[in-house]
Design a protein around this ligand. Structure first.
Ligand SMILES: Cc1ncc(COP(=O)(O)O)c(C=O)c1O
Length: 405
């Protein structure tokens, strides 16, 4: 077959993507994907086509993305080590900063050791693949992040999904699982599209009853839940323990990278068995330095965590009092439900006109008719910002017919 024949066969797939995007983003005002924002370093505002809008969908939970200390730490790391590590950690890629960061992550997570990956995605894919394979069973919550799902698919293990946060369903699934092999249960601490929290103590009880390991993705929990932002174990008063703790350095921590923390032997195994760690370049110096400094600031300034928790609760209450649904959210992730995919786009467009950026999340990322704007409250949002935002979201909702005018 000649080359053009190859492209012809691919064309329907490319066309389907183009049509899907166009069906929601048919004019500039409705564009929500791949929009370039110029975010102000010292506020939660961003410039979009010459207009100053309040960013309400960014993940910089601790508000440290433009922090002078973090910027200086990144600059110092570049001065010392240059801009790249030119290799994988196992060969020429390791620098002392990696080890400092891993020691800090381990201390923060309350574990013996930690390992840092190039991204949170890589951490999930690599860890799942290193823990389970053919003959093993992995059980995942229906709403687990895509990187967990992809890790499971690649691992070759038998994958079973249980209903969201439904521990009885997990119990039944575990009872029906193969009696042989490793059993690994994986959940998100905080679900990124819903903002609800996994029921850790009950999950621990069921895992123990079935000899299963429990792995938890703290991507949206680090810096956000628990009195000092330490995540799900702290949130539940350290009444239950996770076996494998994992997270990213790209949300509350304003850098790049992912981490896994656990016992010495586990981390020793991952270093040689997690393929995205073994076969992908080491985290760059700037990212490593920025992550390390941010983690230190988080521990020195717990008031950032308190602000996120108090202001998220207040923001949700204001929206609910105004008639908007925010699902089961109990964290900084606040879904503002619009309904159909189209309704979510209409609503996002009206919000932008009212001065706030709330980005729509549509199917298949969320169930049918539960398309939403996925809002994230950060330490960068002042009380006044959030009052303005709540008013804008309610005004736009009334304009779109989501609540009475
Ligand atoms: C729950 C969860 N896990 C993992 C990831 C991947 O993290 P990263 O963006 O650092 O690759 C994300 C990113 O959105 C996430 O929400």
């Amino acid at each position: 077959m000649n080359a053009s024949g190859g492209w012809e066969r691919l064309a329907p797939k490319l066309d389907a993507t183009r049509r899907r995007v166009r069906s929601l983003e048919w004019e500039p005002a409705r564009r929500n994907s791949f929009v370039t924002y110029t975010v102000e370093r010292d506020s939660a505002y961003a410039d979009l086509d010459g207009r100053r809008l309040l960013m309400m969908s960014g993940y910089s939970y601790l508000g440290l993305a433009g922090d002078e200390r973090v910027v200086r730490a990144a600059q110092a790391a570049v001065e010392l080590y240059g801009t790249g590590n030119h290799g994988v950690r196992a060969l020429a890629g390791s620098i002392p900063l990696h080890e400092e960061l891993e020691a800090e992550v381990a201390r923060f997570a309350g574990r013996d050791r930690a390992l840092v990956f190039g991204s949170g995605y890589a951490a999930n894919v690599g860890t799942v693949g290193a823990l389970v394979g053919a003959g093993d069973t992995v059980l995942i919550d229906k709403y687990d992040h895509a990187s967990i799902v992809d890790g499971c698919r690649l691992s070759g293990a038998t994958v079973t999904r249980f209903r969201h946060n439904d521990v009885d369903h997990l119990d039944r699934r575990l009872a029906a699982a193969s009696p042989d092999g490793i059993r690994l249960v994986i959940v998100d601490s905080v679900y990124s599209m819903d903002g609800d929290i996994a029921p850790l103590p009950e999950l621990r009880r069921v895992c123990d009853a079935h000899d299963a390991l429990l792995m938890v993705d703290e991507a949206h929990a680090l810096g956000v839940i628990g009195a000092t932002g330490k995540g799900i174990e702290e949130h539940f008063g350290y009444t239950a323990k996770v076996d494998v703790k994992l997270g990213t350095l790209s949300k509350a921590i304003p850098s790049m990278g992912g981490w896994v923390a656990g016992p010495e032997e586990l981390i020793g195994h991952l270093k040689y068995a997690a393929r995205p760690f073994l076969f992908s370049a080491a985290l760059g110096p700037a990212q490593t330095g920025a992550a390390l400094e941010s983690l230190r600031i988080l521990q020195q300034e717990p008031e950032r965590v308190t602000h996120i928790q108090e202001e998220s609760a207040r923001f949700r209450r204001t929206l609910n009092d105004g008639g908007m649904r925010t699902g089961d959210s109990e964290t900084a992730v606040v879904p503002v439900i619009a309904g159909s995919d189209e309704a979510a786009y209409d609503y996002a467009t009206a919000c932008r006109a009212a001065g706030v950026i709330g980005l729509p999340v549509v199917t298949p990322a969320v169930p049918n008719d539960l398309a939403r704007l996925r809002i994230a409250i950060t330490a960068r949002h002042t009380k006044a910002d959030l009052d303005f935002a709540a008013e804008a979201f309610l005004k736009a909702a009334a304009e779109c017919g989501l609540i009475p005018a």
